[in-house]
Design a protein around this ligand. Structure first.
Ligand SMILES: NC(=O)C1=CN([C@@H]2O[C@H](COP(=O)(O)OP(=O)(O)OC[C@H]3O[C@@H](n4cnc5c(N)ncnc54)[C@H](OP(=O)(O)O)[C@@H]3O)[C@@H](O)[C@H]2O)C=CC1
Ligand SMILES: O=C(O)CCC(=O)C(=O)O
Ligand SMILES: [Mg+2]
Length: 420
C-alpha cells in the first residue's frame, strides 16, 4: 500500500511505495513531465526489481488549476504538499508587468523552502560555448524567500506609491528619488535569520560533500545593509558555527592587518593543506566574469534570491543550457522540498513534444537522491551520460552538435530507458 513520506528525528522516512505529489506545469510542462516521469519510473523499477515504486499524485497549480477550480494556486495543493513533504513540479507561467504574482515564488514562500539548490555539472559531449566546460562544477545555494522577490512593490501613479514616496522624502529625509512623480518602488528585505539558515545549509553541504570552498556572492558595495549584511552575517556564521572546519577571508583580512600579507597567505595555504573549507566572497558583477574565465576556482555558491536567479541561468549556459539544469527548493529544517527545473514554460514550444526533458528529469534525480534511492538516481544519470555521448539528443543540443540525431522529447525519454 502506498503511504506518505514522514520525518522522524530530522530523518526522512520513505517506504517502498511513497506517494509523491506532482504539478505538471504550464507550457512545455505536460511534455517534459510525461517524459521525465516515465524515465524515473523505469529507473526505480529496474534498480529495485519492482520492489519500490513511486505513487504519483497530481496536484494543480497554474493554468490547469485555474481552469478546474478558478484559483491559480488552490489551498488544497499547498495543503497536500505540506502533508506529503516532498513534491516535484513543472514550470508555471508568470505574466510580466502585471497580473498574478509568480506561483513558483509563492510555493517557495508558502512552504518556506528557503534554499533553492541548483547543482551545475557538465555531461560529456554536451555542446557548450566555453572551451573547458568540464571545469564548471558548482552548486548554487540561492536564498529563496526574501530579497526583491518578496513581492513588496508599489506601482507608479498609485496612492500607495505616493504614500511610500511621501514617507521616504518627508520622514526619512530621502532626496535621491530622481523622478518621484513617476517612480515605482520595490522593497528588498534581507534578514539575518534568512541569511544564516541559507549560509549554514551551504557550508554544511560543502563539508558533507568534500567541496573545497563556499563563495558568498553579493553586491554589498552598493546595497550595504542588504547584500553587504548578507556577506557580514555569512562570515560571522561560518566562524561561529563551523569554527576550525573553515578558514574565512574575513580571517585572512584580520591576519593581513596584524601580520601582513605573507602570513595571511601562509595561513590560507595551511588551512587548505589541513582540508579546511575556504569561505570567501565575491561581488556579483566580477563573479559573473570569473565563473566564465576561471570556473574551477568556484565550488559552492551562496547568494541572495535575484543574484541566484541570474547566476543559475548563466552557469547553466556554460554546461549546455537550461534544458539540462536541475533544481530543488528545500527547507532543511521541516523536511519540505519541491524539486523543479531551472527553466520556465518556453511557451513557443508548448505541446510540440520537442524540448529537452533533462532539467525536470535531473530534478527528479535530485529527488531520488534526497529519498536515498541512490541506485535509481545513478541509473538515470548514467543513461543521460550514455545517451548524450551517443549523440541522440533533443533540438537544443542537436543544433549545436556535429553529427547529432535530433529526437523528440518523448523519443529522448525512450532512448534513455533503452540505455539504462
Ligand atoms: N520555475 C519556473 O517555473 C520558472 C518559470 N518561468 C516562467 O516561464 C515563462 C517563460 O519564461 P522565459 O523567460 O521565456 O524562459 P524559459 O526558460 O521558459 O525559456 C527560454 C528559452 O530557454 C530555452 N529552454 C527553456 N526550457 C527548455 C527545455 N526544456 N529544453 C530546451 N530549451 C529550453 C528555450 O530556448 P530557445 O528559444 O533558444 O530554443 C526557450 O525559448 C515566464 O512566464 C516565466 O516567468 C521562468 C523561469 C522559471
Ligand atoms: O517564477 C517565475 O516565473 C520565474 C522564476 C525564476 O526564474 C527562477 O526561479 O529561476
Ligand atoms: Mg530563473
Amino acid at each position: 500500500m502506498a503511504d506518505k513520506i514522514t520525518t522522524q528525528n530530522g530523518e526522512l522516512q520513505v517506504s517502498n511505495n511513497p506517494i509523491i505529489p506532482f504539478i505538471e506545469g504550464d507550457g512545455i510542462g505536460p511534455d517534459i513531465w510525461k517524459a521525465a516521469s516515465k524515465v524515473l519510473d523505469a529507473a526505480v523499477e529496474k534498480a529495485y526489481n519492482g520492489e519500490k515504486k513511486i505513487e504519483w499524485k497530481e496536484v494543480y497549480a497554474g493554468q490547469k488549476a485555474f481552469d478546474k477550480t478558478g484559483e491559480w494556486l488552490p489551498e488544497e495543493t499547498l495543503n497536500t504538499i505540506r502533508e506529503y513533504l516532498i513534491a516535484i513540479k513543472g514550470p508555471l507561467t508568470t505574466p510580466i508587468g502585471g497580473g498574478i504574482r509568480s506561483l513558483n515564488v509563492a510555493l517557495r514562500q508558502e512552504l518556506d523552502l528557503f534554499t533553492c539548490l541548483r547543482p551545475v555539472r557538465y555531461f560529456e559531449g554536451v555542446p557548450s560555448p566555453v572551451k573547458r566546460p568540464e571545469d564548471t562544477d558548482m552548486v548554487i545555494f540561492r536564498e529563496n524567500t526574501e530579497d526583491i522577490y518578496a513581492g513588496i512593490e508599489f506601482k507608479e501613479g498609485t496612492p500607495e506609491v505616493k504614500k511610500v514616496i511621501d514617507f521616504l522624502q518627508n520622514e526619512m529625509g530621502q532626496t535621491n528619488i530622481r523622478f518621484p512623480e513617476t517612480s515605482g518602488i520595490g522593497i528588498k528585505p534581507v534578514s539575518k535569520e534568512g541569511t544564516e539558515r541559507l549560509v549554514r545549509a551551504a557550508i554544511q553541504y560543502a563539508i558533507d560533500n568534500n567541496r573545497k570552498n563556499v563563495t558568498l556572492v553579493h553586491k554589498g558595495n552598493i546595497m550595504k545593509f542588504t547584500e553587504g549584511s548578507f556577506k557580514a552575517w555569512g562570515y560571522e556564521l561560518a566562524e561561529r558555527e563551523f569554527g576550525d572546519k573553515v578558514f574565512t577571508w574575513k580571517e585572512y583580512d584580520r591576519i593581513v592587518e596584524e601580520d601582513g600579507k605573507d602570513a595571511a597567505n601562509k595561513a590560507q595555504d595551511d588551512a587548505v593543506a589541513a582540508g579546511k573549507l575556504i569561505v570567501k566572497d565575491s561581488i556579483a558583477d566580477i563573479f559573473l566574469q570569473q565563473i566564465l574565465t576561471r570556473p574551477a576556482e568556484f565550488d559552492v555558491v551562496a547568494t541572495m534570491n535575484l543574484n541566484g536567479d541570474y547566476i543559475s541561468d548563466a552557469l547553466a549556459a556554460q554546461v549546455g543550457g537550461i534544458g539540462i539544469a536541475p533544481g530543488a527548493n528545500i527547507n532543511y529544517e521541516t523536511g519540505h522540498a519541491i524539486f523543479e527545473a531551472t527553466h520556465g514554460t518556453a511557451p513557443k514550444y508548448a505541446g510540440m513534444d520537442k524540448v529537452n526533458p533533462s532539467s525536470v528529469l535531473l530534478s527528479g534525480v535530485l529527488m531520488l537522491e534526497h529519498l536515498k534511492w541512490q541506485e535509481a538516481a545513478d541509473l538515470v544519470t548514467k543513461a543521460v551520460e550514455k545517451t548524450i555521448a551517443s549523440k541522440v539528443v533533443t533540438y537544443d543540443f542537436a543544433r549545436l552538435m556535429d553529427g547529432a540525431t535530433e529526437v523528440k522529447c518523448s523519443e529522448f525519454a525512450d532512448e534513455l530507458i533503452k540505455n539504462m
